[in-house]
Design a protein around this ligand. Sequence first.
Ligand code: CAA
Length: 294
Amino acid sequence: PDSLVSPTLPAGALPGIVAVLGAGTMGQGIAQVAAQNGYRVRIYDAAASRTHEARTNIVAQLEKLVTKGKLTASARERAVECLTIATNLREACAGCNVVIEAAPEDMALKVALFREVLDVAPNALLGSNTSSLSLTELGAKVGAPERVIGLHFFNPPPVMELLEIVRGIATSDETLAHALDLAKHLGKTPIVVRDSPGFATSRLGVLLGAEAIRMLETGVASAADIDRGMELGYRHPMGPLKLTDLVGLDVRLAILEHLHKELGEQFRPPALLRTMVRAGKLGKKTGEGFYVWQ
Ligand code: CAA
């Protein structure tokens, strides 16, 4: 089918309502992308202050785009109008076409969120922004495996072109078609991946980051030189340590712990990563990781 996002909407109507659960770095970015592309977006986080902060950040990002001439003032107004803060999860999800969770990398938490959504949004696609967890397991535990699918965005979501769509064993063809249609509406290029630990992206990405941390630990080179090596020698836009700072050391640690369990020794988290997370040095979001961020 051509469009499954909102098959009953009249021509010219908004493409649908998206609830974003979790207002951290990824939730904010996903909400921005959806609002810029004509969706009504409701953003919810268990910590209410985070949703307000998220809205402020999104409005500031949109303003930057206007200043750069990449967005018209009226498009910014429309996007801002599309963005609502929800004070509870049921309010966020009622009547939604799409629910995207961008909560921390914790299976039990994601299961609890989607279970609560089931009856308030009985027809919604349940998309998870997980970087590594099993969509098959999530779908089974939620009790609606046909509606659950991985919608893996990349940081920063407004800039990165890829949407990694991960199909669980029982994800329906309709849900996959809906996800592909969503990617198109959001201006993202999709890849479709079979559910497996770390999918097609995190599995490679975290390995590079972990090896760079082990190289730093053993004094192979400075953080800046390890990064420069990959930036200038391999044309990566950003070296693996700077990228770990951007993504969040806690996020990377959670992914590595999961992949270590699932795929073995090569994913063992480096001791330095664990120590830095314990010290609260989580990267850009806390102002310090392998680099100091202003
Ligand atoms: N939000 C919105 N826009 C942003 C942004 C953000 N957080 N960060 C940068 N940008 C924009 C800038 O405003 C700039 O826009 P203009 O071209 O219009 O000026 C553009 O992106 C480029 O930024 P900069 O000029 O400041 O710097 P850059 O050229 O070094 O690009 C980058 C920054 C896009 C982040 C680039 O370095 C890059 O692509 N890095 C690699 C990112 C990456 O690999 N992400 C995937 C991480 S893994 C992941 O997310 C998945 C997971 O599961 C953990």
